[in-house]
Design a protein around this ligand. Sequence first.
Ligand code: ADP
Ligand code: MG
Length: 482
Amino acid sequence: MIDLASTLNEEQLAILKDAALDFALSNGLVVRPPPSTDDATTQQGGVINAPVALFPTPFPVNAFNNAVKIQPLYNQLVHDISQDDAFLKEIMESLSTVDDFVKRLYDLYLEVKKEGIAQPASLGVHRSDYIINLNPGQDFSKAEIKQVELNTISVSFGSLSSLTGDLHRYLQTTTGYFSDKIDISALPNSDSIESIASGLASAHKHYGSKAAKVMMVVQPGERNAFDQRWIEYNLLKKHGVVLIRKTLAEVADQGRLDPKTKALFIGDQEVSVAYYRSAYATTDYPTEKEWDGRLLAEKSLAIKCPTIAYQLVGTKKVQQVLAAPGQLERFVKNPETVRQLRASFTGLYPLDHSPEGLAAYEAALKNSDELVMKPQREGGGNNIYGKDIQESLKTLTAEQRNAYILMDIIRPPITKNVLLRKGQLLRADVVSELGVYGIYLHDGHKVIRNDNGGHLLRTKGVESNEGGVAAGFAVIDSPLLV
Ligand code: ADP
Ligand code: MG
C-alpha cells in the first residue's frame, strides 16, 4: 500500500500546508467557520479552508471505474421507481405511521399529485456513495464497492471536490513531494464543479423561458455556501443563466403562482428550476411556513431538482426494499444490469413484521457488531452502531422498529493521511467513502440527459463511525487510482 505521508519530514509538510492554505483561499476551497468561533476575522464574514486531506488517498482503479460505470443505471432506476405509485405507496404508508417527516413528505406528494402535476419534467442531481469492502487477506486492488446510500436531494461538495482534486494535482506538480512514482494521470479530474451547473442549465433550457431564473432553495446561515456559489458562477459564466438564492420561508413569503400557467414567481422573477440545497432535514422545516414554501414550489410549473418523488426514492427504506429478492427486477429488466447493480449492494434488512424483519431483529439482539441501524434521515449523525443498536431495539415497540433498517457494516482498508482542518495538520489512520454524481433530466416522455457528473472522496479518521464533512466528521479528499 502506498503511504505518501510517512516519507515526508515536518519541514516538507509545513511547505505543503502553506501551499494548500493559499490554494484553498485563492480558489474558493473554503467554508464559513462554525458560529461559535470568536476570531475577529471570521466574525466579519471571513472564511476558513474547507477541511481537506493533504494527500490523495489510494483507491483501487477497478472499483472506481465500476462506480462510475453504474451511475447512469442508478440515475435511470431512481426515475423508474419514482413513476411507480403503487411501490411508493406501499413503502411510504408503512413508514407513515412511525415517521412524521416521511409522512409529511408523502402527504405533500399525494396532494400535489391530486391537484395535477403542472410540470412533467424532472431533474435529478444524485450522488451514490460507496465504501470499498476489503475482506481479510484480500488484495487491495480487488476491493469492491458497496453502496452506503443513494442521495437524491441536496447532494453537496460537487464544487469543493473538484477543487480538492485540483489542489492535489497542484501540490504534486509544484513540489513532487507525494512520490516521484506518482503519475498525475492517477489523480482523475472530477468535473462535478461544472456538471451540476450544466444539469441546471439543461433543465432551464427545457423550461423554455429565457427571462426566468434558476432558484437555489438554501438553508439560512449555510456554512457550505461556497460549494453552492461555484454552481451559481458556472451557471452564469458557462450558460448565461442567473441563479437566485431563497430560503423556504422566503419562497413562502415572496412566492406566488400564475393562476393560469402555475409558473412560479418570486417577486417579479419567474423561476425555471427549483433546485433544493435544503428541504431534506426535519430542521429545514421549523414552522408551517417552510412547508408552505415547499408546497408552493411543488405545485408550480418550475422544474424541480429533485421532484418530491425522487426525494422519496432516496429514503433508506427504498434502498433496503430494493435489495430484497425480486424487487430490483421489478424495475430493471436486463439481467446484466440487475447483476451490476446488485453487486454494489451490501446486506440490507428490514425491521418490520415480515419473517425477514423478525429474523433480523432477533439476530441483531444477539450480535450487532457487524451492523448499522439507520432511520429515514439525511445529513449525517443519525445512525446507530454496535451495542447501541441492542439498546435501541429494546426500547422501541415492534411498530416503531419499522422506521429503521439494518445494514451490514462495510469494512474498508485503512490508509494513512494528513488532514488539514482550520489551518492545522493532523496525521491520521483513515478510511474513505467515494461518491459518484449523476445528472439526469426526463421530460415526462423521454430521457433528455443521463450522465455521470464527477466524483467525491471523503476521508475520516478510523475512530469515527459517521462520514459527513458538514457534520464535522470527515475531510474532502481525492482518489489516487492504484
Ligand atoms: P446520511 O444520510 O446521514 O449521510 P449514511 O447512510 O450516508 O447517512 O450514513 C452516514 C455515514 O455512516 C456514512 O457516511 C458512513 O461513514 C457511515 N456508514 C453508513 N452505513 C455504513 C455501512 N453500511 N458500513 C460502514 N459505514 C457506514
Ligand atoms: Mg451519507
